[in-house]
Design a protein around this ligand. Structure first.
Ligand code: HEM
Length: 444
């Protein structure tokens, strides 16, 4: 898939494809993405109708695929996650769960990829639910499978390219039964997650949280919408951060010099010679430009969302000598845009250190979070989530090669170790620090 997306660059900044009943325009450059998705956001923020991914698999309720009329209310409810008191609560959970991540890596380093997954889900779950994630590994695996199946359905079925097919009589819709069954199984797993969250709020046992303070306070109170919205946030937050942390593990073995450079920077601030050893925290962001650039390069080097869901045009658009009619679907080709730089295959964090100070702003000249009105609701939370986890892992653990691997194969969908890495504590002093910080947070 990625090499096909990359190959589309030979057609220039835009590739037009007549697929299904509408024109599809794949955007391959930062410049065109800015012009069409950002500057014309008022007319390029509708979602295409996707009868399979949206209607059948998502019951019409996964926010990321909803058409504007139904999406706007959910989006309004999600916004407090980005700003105000809940953004601070989010950071509190990221701090706690990253301390847990270190403890888990100490206790069972061979399960590093499962610890990444739990951290990513737990940090988002905490702010959403107001209590700690209390799911077993099996439940988390089941949850990941739902996200995997949903993502695999995008851009993958003829019916989603020919939405008109959803109008033929139901008995003739031969695909329907299969995808309806997938949708029902997703709903069952979402309900299993939603039930206890709601109960804890109703029993007065949930702390400050998005479900308690925003979602259930809204006057709508529609159960199905709440169930899907809650799971939309937990699964989107959990999975994208998980995949980025796994990309980090790959970079650690494939580009050890880049890893060491970040460690040196961290040590200078948090525990080199003459400095008392401590865990890095968010107050250190401005002192760690190399790490911030490293994080941005992780996102660029192997973008976790290769193709952004379609942004549909709601008015005719004249641009660059073309006339695009209503319902044209614009798709941001993240893979191609991320490769639009010098030596794209190389992992070079320095490319983000241009003196502008924008290395800590993940959406600056980076399209992996989408754009316009539909931009990822969690992009501001992603920065501290990645900064806390990675600064602390780099500070306290060594990552070494432990077998054969291919740096292009991250195997994000794997249920076992995606590639062979040996994780070990850096020293007994660092081990002591991990236990001390865990105890200070009531984790051990
Ligand atoms: C590496 C981290 C992340 C990446 C790369 C990422 C990427 C994306 C992308 C590409 C979209 C679709 C945007 C569009 O259509 O233009 C999206 C939507 C979304 N993301 Fe993220 N995301 C990340 C982290 C998070 C986090 C931490 C959260 C949790 C709060 C989150 C929650 C969501 C939600 C709820 C949506 C749907 C928004 C809507 O329907 O309006 N994401 N994300």
């Amino acid at each position: 898939m990625d090499s096909y997306l990359l190959s589309l660059r030979i057609f220039g900044e835009m590739t037009t494809l007549h697929m299904g009943s509408h024109l599809w325009v794949v955007i391959n450059s930062d410049r065109v993405a800015s012009e069409i998705i950002s500057k014309r956001a008022t007319i390029t923020s509708e979602r295409a109708h996707m009868p399979i991914s949206s209607d059948l698999i998502s019951n019409g309720k996964r926010s990321v695929l909803q058409r504007s009329a139904t999406w706007s209310e959910g989006r309004r409810l999600m916004r407090p996650l980005l700003t105000g008191p809940l953004a601070k609560t989010f950071v509190k959970w990221q701090d706690l769960e990253s301390a847990q991540l270190l403890l888990s890596c100490l206790q069972s380093p061979e399960k590093w990829y499962l610890h990444h997954s739990r951290y990513a889900t737990a940090a988002t779950y905490g702010v959403v639910a107001g209590h700690r994630l209390n799911k077993s590994e099996e439940e988390l695996a089941e949850y990941r499978k739902v996200t995997k199946e949903f993502l695999a359905s995008l851009f993958n079925t003829t019916v989603d390219f020919f939405p008109i097919l959803s109008r033929i009589p139901r008995p003739l819709q031969l695909w329907r039964q299969q995808w309806e069954a997938v949708g029902l199984s997703h709903r069952r797993i979402f309900k299993k997650c939603w039930g206890p969250i709601k109960e804890k709020v109703e029993e007065g046992l949930a702390g400050d949280s998005w479900v308690r303070d925003v979602l259930l306070k809204s006057d709508k109170g529609r159960e199905e919408e709440a169930l899907y919205l809650t799971n939309s946030v937990i699964s989107a937050g959990g999975d994208n951060i998980r995949m980025t942390l796994n990309t980090f593990a790959m970079v650690s073995i494939h580009y050890p010099q880049a890893f060491q450079k970040c460690r040196q920077e961290i040590d200078e601030v948090c525990g080199g010679r003459g400095v008392r050893l401590r865990l890095p925290g968010l107050e250190d962001i401005s002192s760690m430009p190399c790490l911030c650039a490293f994080i941005k390069e992780l996102l660029r080097w192997r973008p976790v969302v290769p193709l952004i869901p379609p942004h549909q045009l709601t008015e005719e658009l004249k641009y660059a000598g073309f006339v695009f009619s209503v319902q044209t679907n614009f798709v941001i080709n993240t893979v191609a845009i991320c490769a639009d730089c010098e030596q794209p295959e190389k992992f070079l964090p320095e490319r983000w250190l241009d003196g502008s100070g924008n290395e800590a702003i993940l959406t600056h000249r980076f399209w992996g979070f989408g754009g316009g009105r539909r931009v990822c609701i969690g992009y501001k939370a992603a920065q501290p989530a990645l900064f806390l986890a990675l600064s602390r892992l780099i500070c306290c653990f060594d990552f070494e090669l432990n077998g054969n691997y291919d740096s292009k194969r991250l195997n994000h969908g794997s249920t076992t170790e995606p590639f062979p890495v040996r994780v070990s504590k850096r020293s007994s002093t660092h081990e002591h620090l991990i236990w001390k910080e865990g105890a200070a947070r009531g984790l051990c």
